[in-house]
Structures are given as C-alpha cells and as structure tokens.
Ligand binder design. Structure first.
Ligand SMILES: [Zn+2]
Ligand SMILES: [Zn+2]
Length: 207
C-alpha cells in the first residue's frame, strides 16, 4: 500500500507530492515547484527517494528540482516534449516572477506508457498533451497524479505559450475519463477529486 504526502509551495500554490511504496519505503517526488526545504521536510527517516518526476515543465512545478537533486542525488525525469517548455523558462519566470531563472536539466525523458518502478509497485506515464506539449499524468493502481491537466472542477490553462485547448479536452476524455470512476485524482493545484466526480460535474469537459 502506498502512502501519499504533500506540501503546497510557491506563489502559485502548487502541490508537491511524495509517493512512498509501503513495503520497500522507496519514494518518488512528483513535482518540485518551489521551497525545497519544505519538500525535503516530507522525507521521513528511512524513505529512500530515487527520482523527481515533473508532470510538466512550468516553473511552478520544477523550480526546486536543482536544490533537491543536489541534496538527494536523485534523477529528474520529465516528458520529452516539455523540454521546449523548460527551454523558455528563463523568459516565463522573468515575465511572471520578475526574475529570470535557469531550468533544471533532465537526467532522462519520459514517454507515454513508460512504467517507472517504485519498490514493489510502479507508476505508469500517461501523456496528456494540452496544458503543455509534454504534460503527463502518473498512475499507480487507482491513484492518479494529474498535474495541471485535470483539477477538481476545472482544467489547466491553455491561454499560455505552447498550450493547445483542443488537445487538453481530447486528452482528458480519451485518457483520463476512461479510468475507473473511483480513481483518486491528486492535481497540481487545489483539492483532490475522483475521476467519477469530474465526469459528473466538471463544467469544462463533459462526457
Ligand atoms: Zn502548468
Ligand atoms: Zn501549475
């Protein structure tokens, strides 16, 4: 059985998750957007973290990666198509935060269908382009980390560079709404929800 910890970080209040496999105490950090010490504070004694995975490359999901990687010596993975988003991070942080930041360099790239081992368990990569070209959700059992693709009662913005408003709808309909209704959804911002609840009530994507 997995355990899930989270903290909310940075000016855009993004969720940073620590998923821990109960049997092996192996953990993975999903999105490390800001406030590295707060994220590192989630690591309980005995939890071994090997990877940071970003659901996408926006600064509010990756700005703490370099600091955490330096402390833990872990690898940083992201979908290949979001290298383009990382590449424009100096400009996007200058525009929104008023200071130009350096993007973290990925140690490896993810593709749709990749299975990332986590102790006795694993995480499956579901590529859900739209909010960004490489936006991806991560699924383990009936637990989905949805990044900025699907929120409780909302969906990710598409009025931003490299986003695509038609693709996000298609991604949600074909790849997320097809999951079991009782799949728990842990988004990149805001509260948890379930696939069933969003299918019934999300005003942006109706079935
Ligand atoms: Zn985003
Ligand atoms: Zn975000």
């Amino acid at each position: 059985m997995e355990r899930i910890y989270y903290v909310t970080v940075g000016p855009l209040r993004s969720n940073s998750y620590l998923l821990v496999d109960g049997g092996s105490s192996e953990g993975v950090i999903i999105d490390a957007g800001d406030e590295p010490s707060k994220i590192l504070g989630m690591l309980k004694t005995g939890v071994r973290v090997r990877r940071i995975i970003a659901t996408h490359g926006h600064f509010d999901h990756v700005l703490a990666v370099d600091d955490i990687r330096e402390v833990l010596g872990v690898e940083f993975l992201i979908h290949r198509a979001d290298q383009a988003v990382l590449d424009i991070l100096p400009q996007s942080t200058l525009r929104i935060l008023g200071v130009s930041m350096k993007p973290p360099k990925p140690d490896g790239y993810l593709e749709d269908g990749d299975v990332i081992p986590l102790g006795g368990s694993s995480l499956r990569v579901i590529h859900t382009p739209g909010h960004s070209p490489g936006s991806s959700c991560l699924l383990t059992g009936k637990t989905l980390f949805s990044g900025d693709t699907l929120f409780a009662g909302s969906i990710g913005r598409t009025d931003i560079p490299l986003a695509d408003s038609e693709k996000i709808i298609e991604s949600i309909k074909s790849k997320l709404y097809t999951l079991p209704d009782d799949t728990m959804v842990y988004p990149g911002h805001g509260q948890w929800t379930t696939i069933g609840s969003e299918k019934r009530t999300n005003p942006f994507v109706r079935v």
